[in-house]
Write a protein of this length. Structure first.
Length: 406
């Protein structure tokens, strides 16, 4: 069994969650849990109003609906779509502008918005401020050169264009058709913002599971499975013209004897992903502890017996590096992460560990970067914040009560 995307709804501690999980073989490598009673703002585009500017931190608070505040880093603003501007050439309080939600609210922090509007297709992304022609580095050099030529004369100065990894599954005709569709969406957005009132939602992002599936298409999943008829219909419509997946690969699961969640062991896998301790095959283990400022991961040799094994601690650390990269994705750990690996004897061992960790982090669908070892030998990792970590997506679910077990 290769990669599969599993989408199902489950009741946990009195709340209904929509679970989107990516499986590789029988291991869950990514998962998102959305409370169906809470509307997500991620990806939505609004006409917002600047309510407060904080010059010391070069940021502004933008209201996108009455009482709903968001955070806008001003140093990132390049060419905002202004709806109403009090002082030409300078952002001031009470200005109205078009913003897109790019990060969910995390703990006490407001959602983050950007004036760089991104319109996403299955193979392309159109942007309003980052005006370069970018091509996924995961594409081979031949495809990269081909797409560079295909869009060199079509990309105009007023927008940017990103060719996604999934473009490898598209013909030139399909790419150009999606390009034209995104151009029309951008033109419509520019026209709408001139005539709509403040706090208007100009674009509603698709359901989270649709965006999740779209992001997974570059991994060529063999199946997308759901047991919800409405979700199945939405997926079929959303990916009707998708080049990298057929309608037959979108599967509606119905088996009264065995639920979809039980088939994939979602309950036990989610419980494990919320535990502090992660056991490794060698007998070593990780301890993962989130704090307000960062996440700390400790590598312990546990029941491993050193004996006469050569490079004993290096082998444990290499095993831990692979699992740490997996846990970052699985738990959606973001921001700063500090790892206390087991001390090693030689600089060569540390260099090998560093290169191995970089290799595993590169497989992440969210940008994750190894920074360096600190003076105390701690490994520093940063991972881009987009969605809430898993323990915040499932608050108060230390003991699960699943619908199919009640």
């Amino acid at each position: 069994m290769g990669k599969r995307v599993v989408i199902t709804k489950q009741n946990m501690t009195g709340r209904e969650y929509l679970i989107t999980a990516l499986f590789e073989e029988h291991r869950m490598i990514e998962v998102s849990c959305e409370n169906v009673q809470e509307d997500t703002l991620l990806g939505n585009i609004y006409i917002g109003k600047i309510k407060r500017i904080l010059e010391k931190i070069d940021a502004a608070f933008v209201e996108i609906s009455p009482g709903k505040m968001t955070y806008l880093p001003l140093h990132e603003v390049k060419d905002a779509m202004m709806v109403r501007q009090c002082r030409p050439g300078k952002l001031t309080e009470e200005d109205e502008l078009v913003v897109q939600v790019v990060k969910e609210a995390v703990k006490t922090k407001d959602p983050t918005v950007s004036t760089n509007i991104s319109l996403k297709g299955n193979a392309l992304i159109l942007t309003t401020e980052n005006k370069i022609l970018g091509i996924s580095k995961k594409l081979d050099s031949i495809r990269r050169s081909h797409f560079q030529e295909l869009f060199a004369d079509r990309k105009k100065e007023e927008f940017g264009l990103v060719v996604r990894t999934n473009a490898k599954n598209y013909s030139d005709e399909q790419m150009l058709a999606e390009f034209q569709l995104l151009l029309e969406q951008l033109d419509q957005l520019k026209k709408q913002c001139k005539h709509r009132t403040c706090y208007s939602c100009l674009h509603q992002s698709p359901p989270g599971y649709v965006s999740g599936v779209r992001d997974y298409l570059s991994m060529n999943p063999e199946k997308i499975v759901t047991d919800d008829p409405k979700i199945y219909e939405t997926l079929c419509r959303a990916f009707e013209k998708e080049a990298s997946i057929t309608k037959e690969q979108i599967v509606f699961y119905e088996d009264p004897m065995l639920s979809l969640s039980a088939l994939y062991g979602l309950k036990s896998k989610l419980e494990a992903a919320l535990k502090e301790r992660v056991n490794l095959k060698s007998g070593a283990y990780l301890v993962i502890q989130p704090t307000e400022a960062l996440t700390v991961i400790d590598v312990n040799s546990g029941k491993c017996i050193k004996g006469k094994q050569k490079d004993f601690y290096l082998k444990i650390n290499l095993e831990a590096a692979k699992e740490i990269a997996r846990q970052l994705r699985l738990r959606n750990i973001s921001g700063i992460c500090v790892v206390d690996f087991i001390n090693m004897d030689t600089p060569q061992a540390r260099e090998e560990l560093m290169e191995t960790l970089k290799q595993y982090l590169a497989e992440d669908t969210v940008p994750a970067v190894f920074i360096d070892f600190t003076g105390l030998g701690l490994a520093e990792i940063t991972r881009k914040k987009v969605r809430k970590p898993l323990w915040e997506q499932l608050p108060g679910t230390g003991i699960f009560r699943w619908e199919d077990e009640i």
